[in-house]
Design a protein around this ligand. Structure first.
Ligand SMILES: *[C@@H]1O[C@H](CO)[C@@H](O)[C@H](O)[C@H]1NC(C)=O
Ligand SMILES: *[C@@H]1O[C@H](CO)[C@@H](O)[C@H](O)[C@H]1NC(C)=O
Ligand SMILES: *[C@@H]1O[C@H](CO)[C@@H](O)[C@H](O)[C@H]1NC(C)=O
Ligand SMILES: *[C@@H]1O[C@H](CO)[C@@H](O)[C@H](O)[C@H]1NC(C)=O
Length: 239
């Protein structure tokens, strides 16, 4: 994430001209008007109007949802998660919109950490009638050592949260009907790379996600963060 508080959002589109030459046009002002600052974190149709909305992080600890509009500026800041809705010193490290409780309304998952901390805490703000229930946020009662992976683990069409806990075990959090349920994910503890490169894909065509993960082989450079990337990596697939 950008360290500057006022990083400009510059959206530039390329238009194929009549002579097949590229012309670039700066549409930032048309899209955002004077609200054109912050870091674009995610896209999604928050208010179910079939228009993509934009999720923007401001000042590291606030989220503003810009809803698509028919008039200039085409994105207007309408829904905010301010500093006050999060514990003090939280820094938003990721935003993943999705319907986590299965009520057909888009919710917003935030991951946060503190400046010194390495733990990743997960918050979910529930969507309700085109806005967010700011008072009823859910904080997961376990923290991860890296960014979680959002995937449909149990094949119920509702996104679940997969991650590695401090003790090296991998767990999945299911949230259907806002009921928190933790399940053990992979059998033996594995040492995942940080940052992870986990992904999911339906490899055996059974219409459920297969998890593909990279973990580190134990070596003498294990604890040296500078050399993490050069560690030998083995790949695993779990279905
Ligand atoms: C695009 O437009 C915005 C808003 O007018 C401006 O702040 C920004 O500097 C422009 N970017 C470029 C690359 O011209
Ligand atoms: C959200 O923040 C934007 C920009 O700071 C502000 O214009 C808007 O009024 C706020 N909306 C709400 C609902 O607080
Ligand atoms: C949803 O919000 C709109 C205004 O934003 C309000 O008019 C309407 O009554 C709300 N509906 C429910 C079911 O709360
Ligand atoms: C987390 O919350 C769930 C549901 O409330 C509960 O069953 C579980 O025991 C809690 N786990 C921890 C580690 O607090």
């Amino acid at each position: 994430m950008s360290s500057t508080n006022r990083s400009l959002i510059a959206l530039i589109i390329g238009i194929l001209g009549p002579f097949s030459a590229f012309a670039l046009q700066n549409v930032t002002a048309d899209l955002f008007g004077s609200e054109n600052y912050g870091t674009v974190a995610a896209f999604g149709d928050f208010n179910s109007d079939k228009q993509t909305d934009i999720f923007i992080i401001r000042g590291e600890s606030e989220l503003v949802i810009f809803l698509a509009d028919l008039n200039i500026p085409y994105f207007k800041p309408k829904v905010n998660i301010t500093k006050d809705s999060l514990p003090r010193d939280s820094i938003i490290t990721s935003v993943v919109p999705g319907d986590y409780d299965g009520d057909s309304q888009m919710d917003v998952l935030l991951t946060t950490s503190t400046k010194e901390g390495v733990d990743t805490t997960v918050f979910i703000f529930w969507g309700k009638n085109q806005t967010l229930e700011l008072s009823g946020r859910l904080q997961l009662n376990k923290t991860f050592i890296d960014q979680p992976l959002i995937m449909d683990f149990n094949g119920d069409m509702i996104p679940d949260i997969f991650g590695v806990l401090k003790d090296g075990s991998t767990e999945v959090c299911l949230l259907k009907n806002r009921h928190v349920e933790w399940l053990k994910a992979l059998g033996p503890p594995v040492k995942m790379r940080i940052p992870h490169s986990n992904a999911f894909i339906d490899l055996n065509m059974d219409f459920t996600a297969a998890l593909s993960h990279c973990h580190r082989l134990p070596t003498q450079v294990d604890r040296d963060p500078q050399r993490r990337w050069r560690d030998p990596v083995s790949h695993g697939v779990c279905t």
